[in-house]
Write a protein that binds this ligand. Structure first.
Ligand code: ZN
Length: 168
């Protein structure tokens, strides 16, 4: 396997990150958990962060501010719409922020998020919960390695050595 030292297309990059909103509140963070592994160039992470990652090296620490357009998008569409709770599996615990995939008119899956729960309805929105938000990332690059051909084919990383228990 080729040795790589900087984040580029076809590398699996492991990062620790903390994401804050405009108020400085922590929205998400890997710190204290496993770092996030992603395949560079495969849109595993938001475009603004991926662009900022390009060329970064192990040990680099940096901050980047990402606009909604380069993050989770602007808020669009009609907003949350109610779906009967009975349309979801009984044994599934549904909470705000959960992501589901539904099929569009052409059969293509697209993501929706649970915005809220209201009586017997689940309010579902096509907007990511962070749509419209400016994202403030603080990142530390933990490791970088060449992706396997299988990972590139799948468009995502497969565990620390590229062969983690993942089949699909
Ligand atoms: Zn895979």
């Amino acid at each position: 396997m080729t040795t790589v030292t900087s984040a580029a297309d076809g590398t699996v990059v492991s990062i620790h990150y903390t994401l804050r909103d405009d108020d400085g509140d922590v929205v998400d963070s890997s710190v204290g958990n496993d770092p996030l592994d992603y395949l560079h160039g495969a849109s595993n992470i938001v475009p603004g962060l991926e662009a900022a990652m390009t060329g970064k090296q192990v040990g680099d620490k940096f901050k980047v501010t990402v606009t909604p357009a380069d993050g989770y998008g602007e808020v669009e569409g009609p907003g949350p719409r109610p779906v009967p709770r009975s349309a979801f599996p009984d044994d599934l615990e549904i909470e705000a922020g959960m992501q589901f995939f539904v099929r569009g008119p052409d059969g293509e899956p697209f993501p929706v998020w649970v915005a809220d729960l209201q009586g017997d309805d689940v309010l579902v929105d096509s907007n990511h919960p962070l749509a419209g938000e400016t994202l403030h990332f603080e990142v530390e690059v933990m490791s970088i390695r060449a992706a396997t051909s299988e990972e590139i084919e799948h468009g995502h990383p497969h565990g620390p050595d590229g062969h983690g228990g993942h089949h699909h």
